[in-house]
Write a protein that binds this ligand. Structure first.
Ligand code: B4P
Length: 190
């Protein structure tokens, strides 16, 4: 099974590259951001709990996100692999994911980290905000809050996978196809 964690700050291109990876490797795409936005659109209890946090650039509590991933993994028990996009975002989420995959007799193959500087992230997200309708892309203050959340809570997840020898970093600035080709080099050499 090929199980890839696509990692990086908000706007690094995780969602963009995930779409290309699922087409090429026939993987199931698990984007916690997409799942949460669909819960909000459906007006579920989980969506209502997540909305205010997301609109303010804050992470949603671990137990809610881990529960969502557990349900999705169980629903796709016969998948040939997964792209984890935007998950895990804390060390507690990473530990829980290892445990969930262990019970399914599999594990993470690699964590691919897209590296992009803060100025470029801000530019990309503000640009997307002009058309996405996403409140969290709408202003610089919220975008900076998201980057700060990433630096304090999510960046340590890299060391978690580094300790397992699974961390691969890639320059996330450049053409989308060029970056995709670097990610494929990692996936093809696992
Ligand atoms: P997410 O939905 O995961 O996503 P994201 O951080 O906005 O960005 P991504 O990196 O996927 O960017 P994209 O490819 O779209 O998170 C949103 C929120 O959900 C979080 O803030 C949090 O509140 C909550 N959440 C999600 N998961 C959670 C978890 N596990 N725990 C707790 N809370 C969680 O790219 C961005 C833009 O850049 C696009 O417009 C794209 O076209 C452009 N772009 C991409 N690649 C480019 C390139 N190479 N050059 C130029 N532009 C590029």
């Amino acid at each position: 099974m090929l199980n890839i964690v696509l990692f990086g700050p908000p706007g690094a291109g995780k969602g963009t590259q995930s779409q290309k990876l699922i087409d090429k490797y026939n993987l199931v795409h698990l984007s916690t951001g997409d799942i949460l936005r669909s819960e909000i659109a459906s007006g579920t209890k989980l969506g209502m709990q997540a909305k205010e946090l997301m609109d303010n650039g804050l992470l949603v509590p671990d137990d809610l996100v881990i529960g969502m991933i557990r349900n999705k993994l169980e629903a796709h028990a016969s998948a040939s692999g997964f792209i984890f996009d935007g998950f895990p975002r804390t060390v507690a989420q990473a530990e829980a994911l290892d445990q969930l995959l262990f019970t399914q007799k599999t594990q993470i193959s690699a964590m691919v980290a897209l590296e992009v500087d803060d100025k470029e992230l801000e530019n990309r997200l503000l640009l997307r905000g002009q058309t996405s309708g996403r409140v969290d892309d709408a202003n610089t203050e919220i975008i900076r809050k998201r980057i700060e959340e990433y630096n304090t809570k999510t960046a340590p997840v890299a060391s978690f996978y580094q300790a397992q020898g699974k961390f691969k970093k890639i320059n996330g600035i450049g053409s989308i196809d060029g970056i995709f080709s670097c990610i494929c080099d990692v996936a093809d050499n696992i």
